[in-house]
Structures are given as C-alpha cells and as structure tokens.
Design a protein around this ligand. Sequence first.
Ligand code: ADP
Length: 459
Amino acid sequence: MKTLYVKFVVFTILIMICSSILAFFISNAYYQQNLKPYNDEKITNIAKSIVEYAKKHPKIDLNEYLENVSSIGYQIYMIDHVGEDVFWGAPFRDKSLSNGTKEQVLNGDIYHGILHFPQQTFVTGFFANELKNTIGVPLTHNGKHYALFIRPDIKLLFNEMHLLFGWLLVLTIGLSIMIVLISTKYLVKPISKLTSATTSLSNGNFNVDLDSNRRDELGELSQSFLRMARKLEQIDDIRKEFISNISHDIQSPLSNIKGYADLLENESISTEEKRHYISIIHEEIGRLSTLTKQLLLLASLDRNDHILKKQSFNVGNQIKELVKTYQWQVSEKEIMLSYSLPDIEMIGDPSLLNTVWDNLFINAIKYNKTGGNIEISLAKKGESIFVTFTDTGIGLKETEIERIFDRFYRANTARTRTIEGTGLGLSIVWTIVRLHDGRIQVNSRENEGSTFIVELPVN
Ligand code: ADP
C-alpha cells in the first residue's frame, strides 16, 4: 500500500512540475512573439510623446518636466553631445550602454532596447532593470540635442501585482501538494483495507469489515468482495458440517459391525444368536453401501460430469414399474396405494428421474403410518408434467420443510430416528429436478401427511 501511495503522490507532483515547465515555455514563446514587440511599441509611443511635448513647449524646465514624468513611474536617462548625463527615477541596476548606441540616438535614430533584449532571458527580460532594456529617442529642446532613454519602473508600477502573483503561485503549489497527499490517502485506503481483508480471509477469518457504501469502482469491488467472503463462509460451514456428518454416518455402522463381529468370536453363543448378529452386520453393511452410493451420485451430479442422457420415454410406465417393485413393502405396512398414471411421454434422463420417483415413493412408505394411504398422480398441463406423491404419514413441521432438501438433514422427531435413512435422498431429488430445469414443492402438516409435487418441462 505504501508504495502505491508514494507512487501516486510522486506521479502527480511530477505531472505538476512537467505541466508547469511546459506552461512556462508556451507563455514565454507568447511573450517573445507577441507581448515583447507590443511592449516595445507602447514605450516607444510614450517616449515619442514626451519628446513631442518638450519640443512644443520650449519654455518649460526640461529637468523639472522629466523629474515629473519619472515620478509617474518611469526610469529615465538623458545624455547630450558633450557627454553630460542625468538620471531620473529609480536607479538602473546595470547602467552599461555602448557609446555607439548613445551616439546613434543623438544623431536621430530610435533605439529599441526592449525589442532586442536577449531572448535567453525568457519572460523575465520584461523585468530586467538595465539601461540596455530601454527605448532611446532623440530629444531637442531649445535647440539642444539629447538622447533620452526610458523604461517603465516595474517595481513602482507593479510591485503589489508581483507579490500577489508570487503568493498565488506559492499557494497553488502548496495547496495542490496538500490536496494530492490527502486525496491519495482517501483513494488508496480502501485498497489497503481490501488487502488486509484478503489476508484475514486466507487465514480462515470470514468476518471482514469493508466500506461498501462508496459509489465508485472501489465500492463495487468491496461489495463483491463481501459477497465472495459470505459465500466462502457458507461453503466452509457446509464443508465442515458435511465432514462431521459423513464421519458420524460411517463411524456408527462400523462400530456396530465391529461390536457384533466381536460377539460372533465367542464360541459359546447359540446358532439363533449367531444368525441374528450376522443379519445385523448385513443390515449395517447395507446402510454403508447405500450411503456411499448416494454420496457418489451427489458428487457426480455436483461435478456436472453426469451430463444428462436425455431421451424420450413414458413417465407413467416408469412409475408403474417402480410401484411394482415396492409392492411387498406397501402390503407389509398395510398401506392403501392408489395411483393415476396415464401414458405421458417426456424428454429427460430416465435413469436419474427414476431415482427421483424412487426416493419420493420410499419416503412416502417409510414415513407413513401402518394402514395409511399413498396417492400417486401424473398429469400434463401445458408444457409441464406434474408428478404428485401424497401420503398420510407423520408429516413435517413448517421449520422442518425449509431444511429437508439440505444434505444430511433429517427431521429430528423421535419417530424419524427409528426409521432408517441418510438424509441425502431429498438433496439428490432436488439436484436432479434442478438439472432438468424443474421445480419441487412440498405441502405438509405434522401428523397428517405430506405432498411432494414435482414439476418438469415436457421437453
Ligand atoms: P432420509 O429419508 O434418508 O432421512 P431424505 O433426504 O429422503 O433422507 O429426507 C430428509 C428428511 O425429510 C427425512 O429424514 C424426513 O425427516 C423428512 N421426510 C422426507 N420425506 C418425508 C415424508 N414423506 N413425510 C415426512 N417426512 C419426510
């Protein structure tokens, strides 16, 4: 973060310096091209009018007159043929001026010192307080010839402006640097917060705090970062719960198997007991096998590598076949089974959909009361088919309905605990229905029964 901050500040200040230099060169070119000749012409005109006035009024005291002009804001130098010279106004810093120039002006030429002041001095040439930087004009008064050199007294005329512009410059630079320092901090701060949030995420702490109220790209980034953190936390919770559930579900049949195998080692037990223990071991192995089969199926559905092998088939016939295979379990529990399964063709993965009906039907038997009812119906409405399994079993509480499709969830009633199950069947059902772009709806009342309605697109 520090380097980004420093980079940003240095970069902005560099841009400021570069643009100042560029602006200086541009304004200098403008001064040399336009302002310098204009300034020269202006001063030349002023000098000419001074000369004109002196010429027209031979009676005035030249010394007094020029003293007056200088007090308005000019620096004046005058010399005659004999070499006698006088200065009025603020003294020149550099008084050197070639005798040739003085001679030329005495002989009637105009000297354009301002226009020809060296270009290397840039715009500052305007301020150079030198005798060379003047306009020289010939002046005749009372028959005597003089050379008059004049330039505006910049200090007198513009001193306040000078200071004002100086302060303006210093304040602009100072304030810009301060604003850059502060605004960069404001810009970079959320990035450094994101960095520490990332570190905390990678350390397994999902409780990150970010300012997601900003209405810019960084605000958006923070928001999606928070969403990602929440999602990761959920995934991590699910993973932990999954491992703990799975370990428990594998561990309990294994310890039962071990316990009964130990008992079988005892040679004094009767054949009757032996048979009983072996049948328990078989049951537990069956449980483990169902669990691993269901886990493998869920894993392949999750990985999406169980690409749907879709084909057209008769759903009504499929469910009728299934009902036949469970006939003996239905009669064993003295359940009244009724169904309406017309011939309806649909397109889907028959093997996966068979798993759906299988799980729903088994649940309707398992969670039913002895002597209860089961109704299965199939209907086509528009572009959808509806398969309904209704039972008059133990039913579910409102809060339980929300969770029955969660992996490993088993409604925690005393009765459910006596019924074999893994809590994976309905998650498999939900995943398969979703892969077919279908929906599943549950209506249930505790102690009255449940209805599971599966809606699937026909094509
Ligand atoms: P399993 O039946 O192996 O426990 P499922 O995923 O099939 O797992 O079902 C999850 C839970 O939903 C069951 O444990 C049970 O509590 C509840 N359940 C499912 N079907 C029914 C039903 N027809 N009647 C009442 N409860 C049901």
